[in-house]
Design a protein around this ligand. Structure first.
Ligand code: FAD
Ligand code: FES
Ligand code: MG
Length: 288
């Protein structure tokens, strides 16, 4: 059993959890994730390990409630226990000295980006981070990302914080001013990663993305997390989740992510009726 040591709300439907999980904390490397089960008969959901504290034996997960299981998790309190945290899983990020690195994070994607930016800076790269969200209340970890970046630029779609616009506008602006980057690492919604990759391909900047297909076992056995990268079929849970963004078939990824929409909606509606709580985004003044 894994105990919630600390829980904090970071924004609408966005929660940070610190779980006691000493073995995971000891073995985790940046870029890896865990599969969590919050109830004995519950489904398995993959969540990236944002941070670890090996002295405390804890891991930090940042989870955006978007459906039944993540909303049920949001109802849990400090001191509660969950039955399963499996991991660390996935191939770690290749932390190498390459020179000037552009770290691009969108929304909840800033959570997995943090340990990668930290690792890239620690090894001696120059890190420029561009963080974007639809609105200021959906921006997370800004101060922590500032600590692990030489330069940090914030954008929001509605202009409520930082520059108004998209992360791709900022990349174009920086390169237009003569800045040169050896590598781009993009993490966020698939549509954001797709358009970052279209741009960085045009600008000739090698780009790594972290893919988030539906996962079940997380160990390469079920085939659920199948993605197409170039002319190869890969399983994101064991071959990834990070891949060469210029080769990823994002349209297929997005289509596969939507396969169970009807069942997910039904499960959420049923949970609403049973638990008497709702996603913030569905309430008046909600953000999504
Ligand atoms: P549902 O209503 O069941 O689903 C909502 C949407 O989430 C679906 O339409 C689908 O696109 C996606 N989804 C549903 N089930 C799964 C599943 N088993 N695996 C993957 N996606 C699913 N989210 C975070 O908030 N923080 C993270 O750090 C994070 N890291 C991730 C790392 C990896 C490697 C992957 C693959 C996903 C990660 N996610 C993360 C996404 C998270 O797993 C989903 O949001 C979650 O599973 C949704 O569950 P639900 O029951 O609440 O929503
Ligand atoms: Fe089953 Fe990747 S989640 S093969
Ligand atoms: Mg679900």
């Amino acid at each position: 059993m894994y105990q919630i040591l600390h829980k904090e709300k970071l924004g609408p439907d966005i929660y940070m959890y610190r779980f006691r999980a000493p073995d995971v904390a000891r073995n985790r490397k940046p870029g890896q994730f865990v599969i969590v089960r919050i109830a004995e008969n519950g489904e398995r959901i993959p969540i990236t390990i944002t941070d670890v504290d090996t002295d405390e034996g804890s891991i930090t997960l940042i989870v955006q409630a978007v459906g039944k299981t993540t909303l049920q998790m949001a109802q849990m309190k400090e001191g509660d226990f969950i039955p399963t945290i499996t991991g660390p899983l996935g191939e770690p990020t290749r932390i190498e000295k390459v020179g000037r690195v552009l770290c691009v994070g969108g929304g909840i994607g800033i959570a997995p980006l943090f340990p990668v930016a930290e690792g890239m800076k620690d090894i001696g790269n120059h890190v420029t981070s561009i963080l974007g969200a639809r609105s200021s209340n959906l921006l997370i970890l800004i101060e922590r990302m500032r600590e692990v970046s030489h330069e940090l630029i914030v954008t929001t779609d509605d202009g409520t914080e930082g520059e108004k616009g998209l992360v791709t506008d900022v990349i174009r602006e920086l390169v237009g001013k003569g800045k040169v980057y050896d590598l781009c690492i993009a993490m966020g919604p698939p549509i954001m990663m797709k358009f970052v990759c279209v741009l960085t391909k045009e600008l000739n900047i090698p780009t790594i993305v972290s893919l988030n297909p539906i996962m079940v076992d997380g160990t390469g056995m079920c085939g659920c997390c199948r993605v197409t990268v170039g002319d190869e079929i890969k399983f994101a849970c064991v071959d990834g989740p990070e891949f060469d963004g210029h080769k990823v078939d994002f349209d297929e990824l997005m289509a596969r992510l939507a396969i169970y929409k009807a069942e997910e909606k039904e499960a959420l509606e049923y949970y609403y009726s049973k638990a008497g709580c709702r996603l913030d985004s569905t309430l008046e003044g909600g953000s999504r």
